[in-house]
Design a protein around this ligand. Structure first.
Ligand code: ADP
Length: 610
């Protein structure tokens, strides 16, 4: 039986009576838990802080493969730490840049240049950054030459770029002027990147998006400057791969301008990661790139169909990109079907159906690898999952969540299946099911589980709503709402989680559920887009082989509950079965190795040999 002790200042700490040694350890633990959260911004006020340095080397359980994940000196975190545990100094991103030798090389290798607004980990807001880096690495492994072109955002942390050097200084056109521009080259987690830095105000500021310059014009500039760079350096890749609305104008610039100059060989592939953002643009704005914006205001070209007959009519850079690219890909087969049926771009996609493909995203398993992840206090994998318990305990301690773990050295002895930890790591935007996320907080608390939300929003109203929730819950023992972006903490949370929640209203692909599974968290998701392609319900008897999570369909709280209740009940009442699901998701291969080949097929179908 367990007992709950409630100290004067803090949350209940669940303790399991054991031997004298364990009791002594309990005492140490309870000393560590004397703190409280004092506000929603996650400032933590120390009431008693006696940091323990536990320094035993504990070999994780020997597995069949005899993988050992030794834990070195571990400093247990506490909410009273001056520097939160996810902000301490980590070694550089420990991604091995070497190409794995066991990947089969493709015949007829090609040169691919991605032109993108995001790249993980140095310039990432959501999945776009992950996808570009992961796909680039997968193609490199298969023997292709790959470069990524990225705006040189002022906020990029330069220490994450290896061998950074200025390679070209040139001028690129914008709004009647030729803007002096620098191109730098460097390596980011083993991938070659060209950074475009204009001498004007574009891409300045502390965030990737939302700076005090005109974003649409900045990306129009970037699109042209990327082609201009190829023109001045003589680069002739086989494939120029553009992403999202930000680089949607590039195919127009290519076919109607640079192809008449020296760029003859490249062919264009566009990936649409999210149809919600379509790059609304006036004709005058497009003209600032040097094209005649007025000639694109037709149904067949780039007009936003909904504005026809309005004054003024507007253009969509995403639509232009669809029309002018040689191939268009979206990020899951189900989202492909959905986008052909709904939304104003459906008619354009139907017209271009023969060049429109749905390819499921993969995850970058070099970046997301619980066996090597530098942010984790303990490593683990399917053969040796023991470290996951320690990650959960570490996060619970660091965030001041009630914890039932009992330590022997660095080894978590007692992690009874009583308090499941649910995590939700997301941009806080309506697409992600904000009302369901707040509903889940209440439900998880009622059911005696724990939940951590790591979410970022740039919408003041949403910020205030979640700040209110944080104020209400962050002082308690079971819910933490952290309103920020932290790559480091996201890795630790996936590793700590028993359940990863993705209750999206729509989800083109979704990486959170796939990353969660890679880190042994069982997904609870709404059946939409890529979530429907990657998560299969445990209680669906017709598909038991694929079953790997809990799925709901409706958009109301009751529907979410139907999946969450089942997941939590499973966790508590059928621990062996639960461990089986954890084992299964740890073993799943959602890597790019599975799907990069489909991109190669698309590239091959459009490339030309001059
Ligand atoms: P989307 O691209 O719509 O944001 P995805 O699920 O495809 O959603 O990808 C989200 C990616 O961004 C994942 O790598 C996720 O871990 C990361 N992410 C989202 N929000 C945060 C956050 N607040 N802090 C750290 N990482 C985040």
């Amino acid at each position: 039986m367990e007992c709950a002790t409630v100290c004067k200042f803090c949350s209940p700490i669940l303790l399991s009576p054991r031997s004298a040694v364990v009791r002594k350890r309990k005492q140490q633990l309870s000393n560590h838990n004397k703190f409280k959260f004092c506000n929603s911004k996650f400032k933590i006020q120390a009431l008693h802080s006696a940091q323990t340095h536990l320094s035993s080397e504990v070999a994780a359980e020997k597995s069949q493969s005899s993988t050992d994940f030794a834990i070195g000196e571990l400093v247990w975190p506490s909410p009273s730490d001056e520097i939160p545990f996810w902000k301490k100094d980590f070694p550089s991103w420990g991604v091995n840049p070497e190409v794995p030798v066991d990947i089969k090389k493709d015949s007829n290798p090609m040169h691919i240049i991605h032109i993108t607004a995001e790249m993980a980990p140095i310039a990432k807001v959501g999945g776009l950054g992950d996808v570009v880096t992961g796909l680039a690495r997968a193609c490199l492994s298969r023997g292709h030459t790959v470069d990524i072109m990225l705006p040189f955002y002022e906020c990029i942390q330069k220490q994450q770029i290896k061998d950074l050097e200025l390679v070209t200084t040139y001028n690129s056109y914008h709004d009647g002027n030729w803007i002096p521009t620098n191109a730098y080259h460097g390596l980011v987690s083993g991938i070659s990147v060209i950074f475009i830095e204009p001498s004007n105000q574009f891409f300045k500021g502390q965030n990737l998006y939302g700076g005090s310059y005109n974003e649409l014009e900045a990306y129009l500039f970037f699109s042209r400057a990327s082609l201009e760079w190829m023109q001045v350096t003589g680069a002739q890749p086989d494939i120029i791969h553009v992403h999202e609305w930000q680089t949607g104008a590039l195919p127009l610039l290519y076919w109607d301008m640079y192809h008449y100059l020296s760029l003859k060989k490249p062919r264009l592939v566009l990936t649409i990661h999210n149809m919600e953002h379509y790059g609304e643009c006036t004709k005058e704005q497009l003209s600032k790139s040097g094209l005649d914006g007025f000639t694109y205001a037709t149904i067949e070209k780039a007009v936003d169909d909904r504005t026809i007959g309005h004054n003024p009519e507007r253009l969509s850079l995403l639509k232009g990109g669809i029309v002018y690219s040689n191939a268009v890909v979206t990020v899951s087969p189900t989202y492909l079907k959905e986008t052909l049926c709904t939304g104003w771009l459906a008619s354009t996609l139907i017209r271009n159906r023969d060049k429109y493909f749905g390819i499921l995203n993969g995850i970058d398993t070099a970046m997301w690898n619980p066996a090597t992840d530098i942010f984790l206090p303990a490593k683990f994998n399917a053969q040796n999952p023991e470290g996951k318990k320690l990650c959960k305990y570490y996060v619970q301690r660091g965030l001041g969540l009630a914890s039932e773990g009992i330590l022997d050295g660095n080894h978590v002895l007692d992690m009874t299946h009583k308090v499941p930890l649910v995590v939700c790591i997301t941009r806080l935007v309506p697409q992600k099911g904000l009302h369901l996320i707040s509903h889940a907080i209440k439900r998880v608390e009622e059911l005696g589980a724990q939940m951590v939300i790591l979410g970022k929003t740039s919408d003041g109203r949403v910020e205030r709503e979640f700040e209110g929730l944080a104020k209400l819950h962050n002082q308690g023992p079971s819910i933490r709402i952290l309103l920020m972006f932290s790559e480091e903490l996201s890795h630790m949370l996936y590793a700590a989680a028993d359940i990863v929640l993705v209750p999206s209203m729509y989800e083109p692909c979704g990486l959170a559920q796939m990353i969660g599974m890679r880190y042994g968290a069982v997904p609870v998701v709404r059946k939409t887009g890529g979530l429907a392609d990657t998560v299969f319900d445990m209680d669906d008897q017709s598909n038991h082989e694929m079953a790997n999570g809990f799925v709901f369909e409706g958009i109301d709280g009751g529907s979410l509950d139907s999946a969450l209740n089942r997941a939590l009940a499973h966790y508590r009442q059928k621990p062996d079965e639960w461990n089986g699901i954890v084992q299964k998701v740890l073993e799943l291969d959602n890597s790019w190795n599975n799907t990069a080949g489909k991109y190669i097929e698309v590239y091959n179908s459009v490339r030309v040999r001059l």
